[in-house]
Design a protein around this ligand. Structure first.
Ligand code: 8YV
Length: 314
């Protein structure tokens, strides 16, 4: 008899294949009447698989009296009601570490793409404009730039390491000053934004951080300033960001995530000083495979009565 697993949404296909082979899967996203579906499986569900796009709320947890573990595909757990997990005495696992370097790579890619206008250069060549003359010159990541990292966790540190290799000075802001970190710490985000050229958003999403990159913070970066968001769209006041990018009060943006993704405001897409990506920080085959393996291993540990591999500790 295969154990029962409730899944909120589909995972990376090779991971999904393993889950299909290992478990009797109950796929909530395929149900037409979710309440009836949950009621029909409730007495056999001890574990749930969730994803960034399909998380789990308090009400759903409440309908699963035997639930013990939520195995989340992703490092960010903002699609899961973490307070409810704690209150209900459940355990949540996520997929840290294995995506750190990948996400840091894309951060540098979109930072450079935004400053050096890489997508625009590509279009310039393809559109035959180069035949008529050189592309206009761009801003530079060099000449003593400083980047402020909002959220110096695992990913923030991997970004910092790369920035150092690019001759960029690093500062950071977060919940607290960290010991053994060589970069200057700012207790206040606005103060850091005033002092840096580039702001890199790498902090967790969720209600606590919603909108913390405010209009004031964005304006403090200035007309030559650059914002890069690799974390969650919710951290930035998106309406304000569009306005300051449009008016030239902020220089450029490199964005992998958006507040209402996959919907991206048309006004943002109309701007030449913005480079966008479809939330692909961790989206490579080897990294998604490694993330999926952690989901598989955490579920296997749960059903074997062993300690979970990567319990969420945030
Ligand atoms: C995924 C992510 O897009 O790990 C995260 O927090 O944002 C991404 O790796 C997503 O969570 C997959 O479900």
């Amino acid at each position: 008899m295969k154990p029962d697993l409730l899944q909120m949404g589909p995972m990376y296909p090779p991971t999904q294949k393993v889950l299909d082979e290992t478990y009797t899967l109950h796929k909530l996203w395929e149900a037409t009447d979710c309440d009836a579906f949950l009621a029909s499986v409730a007495d056999k569900i001890t574990a749930v698989g969730s994803t960034g796009g399909k998380g789990i709320d308090d009400a759903t947890m409440g309908k699963l009296p035997k639930l013990k573990v939520i195995a989340h595909f992703g490092v960010g757990v903002d699609s899961v009601d973490v307070d409810a997990v704690k209150r209900r005495g459940l355990t949540l696992t996520n997929t840290p570490d294995v995506l750190t370097e990948e996400v840091a790579d894309l951060t540098l890619a979109i930072l450079l793409a935004a400053i050096r206008r890489v997508p625009q250069g590509d279009r310039y060549v393809r559109d035959g404009k180069w035949l008529k003359g050189p592309m206009p010159l761009t801003a530079s990541l060099q000449y003593g730039k400083t980047a402020g990292i909002l959220g110096l966790g695992r990913i923030g540190k991997a970004i910092a390491k790369r920035l150092e290799a690019f001759n960029v000075k690093v500062a950071y802001q977060g919940r607290s000053k960290q010991s053994g970190v060589p970069y200057p710490y700012y207790a206040d985000l606005l103060s850091m934004a005033k002092d840096v050229d580039i702001l890199i958003v790498a902090a967790p999403g969720g209600p606590e951080t919603r909108g913390i990159v405010s209009r004031q913070v964005l304006e403090a970066l200035g007309p030559e300033g650059v914002i890069v968001n690799i974390a969650r769209g919710s951290l930035i006041d998106e309406t304000a960001m569009i306005e300051v990018l449009k008016s030239g009060k902020l220089g450029a943006a490199g964005l992998d995530v958006f507040d209402k993704e996959p919907k991206v405001p048309e006004e943002l897409l109309a701007l030449e000083n913005v480079v966008v990506q479809p939330h692909v920080g961790s989206a490579t085959h080897p990294t998604r495979k490694a993330m999926g393996q952690l989901v598989i291993d955490n579920l296997a540990a749960h059903f074997a009565g062993k300690p979970l591999v990567t319990p969420y500790s945030g």
